[in-house]
Structure formats: C-alpha cells, structure tokens
Design a protein. Sequence first.
Length: 171
Amino acid sequence: MDIVKPAPFVFTVAGTNGKGTTCRTLETILMAAGYKVGVYSSPHLVRYTERVRIQGSELPEAAHTASFAEIEAARGDISLTYFEYGTLSALWLFKQAQLDVVILEVGLGGRLDATNIVDADVAVVTSIALDHTDWLGPDRESIGREKRASFAPVNRRWWGSRICRSPSRKC
C-alpha cells in the first residue's frame, strides 16, 4: 500500500493529556503557513469521520469506505485490531490527498501503537501521568519509556513541561 510515509513531513503527538489540543494547534499554525495538512486523532466523540481531517475538515463517509476496501484487499490473512485498521485507513487517505504534513496522535502509549509504523520527523510528548497502567507500566518512568519508544528513530523531540528531567535516562 506504500503508506508508511504518508507525507513529506510527519509529526507524532503522544502523552497522557493535551494531545488533541497540540494536534489542533499544530494543524492551525501549519495551515496558516500555507501547508496542506492532515490530522489523525482518536477517539472520536460522535462520528468515526472525526478521526481524520484534511485541511481542518472531516472527510465524507465514502472516502473512509474506499480506504477500508483498499485495506481489506491488501491485508490478506493478516488480522488487524480496530485501531490498526483505522490507522491504516488514515494513512491511506493522507497518501491519496498528497499532503505536505501529517500529524498523528498516538492512541495508547507508543511502543506498540499502530501509529508507530510511521517514522516521524518530529515527535511531541505533551505530558506523562498515571493512566493505562495495566498496559504501560506502574509508574511515570515506565509510562515515559513506552511513550519514548514511539519516536526512537526521531532526531527532533519535544517534551512538555515537567515531564521528565532526563528523558534519555529515566524515561
């Protein structure tokens, strides 16, 4: 499907709180600067189509249906989770739109998150607090390690305030 690089420039946004606001802020700034931008976020609040925006607008259901058909045809016997399916759909939609920038909101943690198939150019971690401890670990350091793994190959990292004094050692 050739979707692991959905645009020339990719941001990933991870963290306990503030991901949606950070994604929307980046989207607004980049669009104002003249870039063609796509955003993938989760969960949706009312409609599934809220998860994918291009130039600030949701795509019609027909676009999502077309992307699901492409994924279904390509996956063969590979089993996908709901989030993996949705992530692949968003990446396919972004690739079709020929965007300048894609912003991916990490769903849960980072290391095993479906968005991690994309090597981001810039990774942002907004905050780290105790949530999803059954999946991510019992303390902030464990959770920080999970979130850090979402941007292991990235050279540019932004950490929100008061997250970790030494991301390279403790998180």
